[in-house]
Design a protein around this ligand. Structure first.
Ligand code: HEM
Length: 453
């Protein structure tokens, strides 16, 4: 018969802990890119390690990304680390495959597609303006990251779940933060571990969502319109037998996924754009010019439209370049469903595969002078080879929140840059990963209001 292939080089380290602590430590000191590059130098483009309790193979490059993003569920499943699965639940999109994945993803996409989101630009702007009035206007100093988290969380709550401002939303925010803190931790469920705290918070969030669904269901029965928010929309989708097509657990687990996937990522993107605009005068002026032209074409308090967003081309290029240089998502995992042969190696069934955004984003053959911040790289998006710019992943699981993130970002930058100027307060202008990028002290800035909101 065929000779047995070898598993990739590398070491699995100590069971359970393996290299998790090394990687997490590198992330916290912002040397994770270096950590990965050193591994690549030592072991080549495919190597094994142990991460978050599982044997893991780390692969990178354009071909590796394509392999990860396009292999179907018979080869690679999308199962997340134990921590993520136990916290978000086993019926969220990340855990589903095949027909189940398609059914639930279609249901979510009917809400997240541009044609539907178009109608919410005004509602998002309303949240942004209230936020700026409350937390920015008249202040001399603000800390950007926590504020942007509050803002993106509020936008999600109002748009997707119909949760208005108030005590209930505030309780939600708090449990949510606790829940997220343990998502990339080592799954040791003992009192006082990050993971344990996170699991408890997850149980509380699930209880709150179950109550919310119950209320929405009875409102629907009384004749409330089905398109007010994501939950009512999902409850209203019926199968052939007239039963709900998306189960209650699926609604709850996906609502939690969207809140996690949708607010942390975009808050990081907006924060790093604000940081960049403080550091780069030329780019600041170019963005300001584009935004003022749009503002000057409108009446003083007139709301932004979908067409206005379409004109913010340069601003979005700046966002894309920010996503290239500081991708909110460091990378992700898949799991092998069977023994797989890859580049002459055996990857045994049940192992994790780890892909990483920075490895192609910072590759000088793909992005010349990769450390230089240059929005014009995205002047002609078609010139960028496929599976190389992957802040949103790729293939059938590419981020379905791309348009949502784009709208939120543009709608937030517009009033910020036309009404305020800011300077960084910290001498130390660096960041760490936790695992999302966090600027020093959350990015405190000194603020000047140019004109009233
Ligand atoms: C700058 C903002 C964002 C970034 C960088 C981002 C990035 C990503 C990445 C890298 C993936 C995983 C792809 C994979 O593993 O193959 C993903 C998946 C996902 N994202 Fe986003 N995302 C962002 C915003 C959002 C928003 C605003 C939402 C929802 C409103 C959202 C919802 C989701 C969901 C539900 C998935 C899972 C899709 C699936 O498995 O089919 N994301 N995102």
């Amino acid at each position: 018969g065929k000779p047995l292939k070898r598993v990739p080089p590398g070491s699995l380290g100590i069971p359970i802990l393996g290299q998790s602590l090394g990687l997490l430590r590198a992330m916290r000191t912002n040397t994770a890119e270096k950590w990965m590059a050193e591994r690549a130098k030592r072991y080549g483009p495919i190597s094994k390690m142990s991460l978050f309790g599982k044997p893991t193979v780390f692969i990178y490059g354009q071909a590796a990304n394509k392999f990860v993003f396009t292999s179907d569920g018979s080869k690679l499943s999308n199962q997340q680390t134990d921590s993520v699965r136990m916290i978000l639940g086993d019926r969220c999109l990340l855990e589903l495959s095949g027909e189940d994945h398609k059914r639930v993803r279609n249901a979510l996409s009917s809400f997240l597609k541009p044609d539907s989101l178009k109608n919410y630009v005004g509602k998002i702007e309303d949240e942004v303006m209230r936020h700026l009035e409350m937390h920015w206007q008249g202040k001399q100093k603000v800390t950007v990251l926590p504020l942007m988290k509050t803002l993106t969380f509020n936008i999600i709550c109002s748009l997707l779940f119909g949760l208005e401002r108030g005590a209930r939303r505030d309780a939600f925010v708090e449990y949510f933060q606790q829940m997220i803190e343990g998502m990339w931790s080592i799954p040791i469920n003992m009192p006082f571990t990050r993971f344990n705290r996170s699991l408890k918070a997850s149980a509380k969030v699930q209880k709150m969502l179950r109550d919310l669904i119950c209320e929405k269901r009875s409102e629907l029965e009384k004749g409330a319109p089905p398109h007010q928010d994501l939950i009512t929309c999902l409850l209203s989708i019926r199968g052939n037998d007239n039963n709900e097509l998306v189960s209650e657990d699926e609604i709850i687990h996906n609502v939690m996924l969207i809140m996690v996937a949708g607010h942390d990522t975009s808050s990081v993107l907006i924060t790093f754009i604000i940081r960049l605009l403080a550091n780069d005068k030329t780019i600041l002026e170019a963005v300001l010019k584009e935004q003022e032209e749009i503002r000057n074409s409108k009446l003083s308090r007139e709301l932004l439209t979908w067409e206005d967003l379409g004109k913010m081309k340069y601003t979005w290029r700046v966002a894309m370049e920010t996503l290239r240089t500081t991708p909110p998502i460091f990378g992700g995992f898949r799991k092998t469903v069977e023994d797989i042969e890859y580049e002459g190696y055996l990857i045994p069934k049940g192992w994790q595969i780890f892909w990483v955004t920075s490895m192609t984003h910072m590759d000088g053959d793909i992005f010349p002078e990769p450390s230089k911040f240059d929005p014009d790289r995205f002047g002609n998006a078609a010139a960028i080879p496929p599976y190389c710019f992957v802040p949103f992943g790729g293939g059938p699981r590419i981020c379905p929140g791309y348009e949502f993130a784009k709208i939120e970002t543009l709608v937030t930058i517009h009033p910020l840059i036309t009404h305020f100027t800011w300077k960084l307060c910290c001498k130390d202008d660096s960041f760490r990963r936790d695992p999302m990028p966090v600027p020093t002290q959350g990015l405190p800035v000194q603020l000047v209001s140019k004109k009233l909101l």
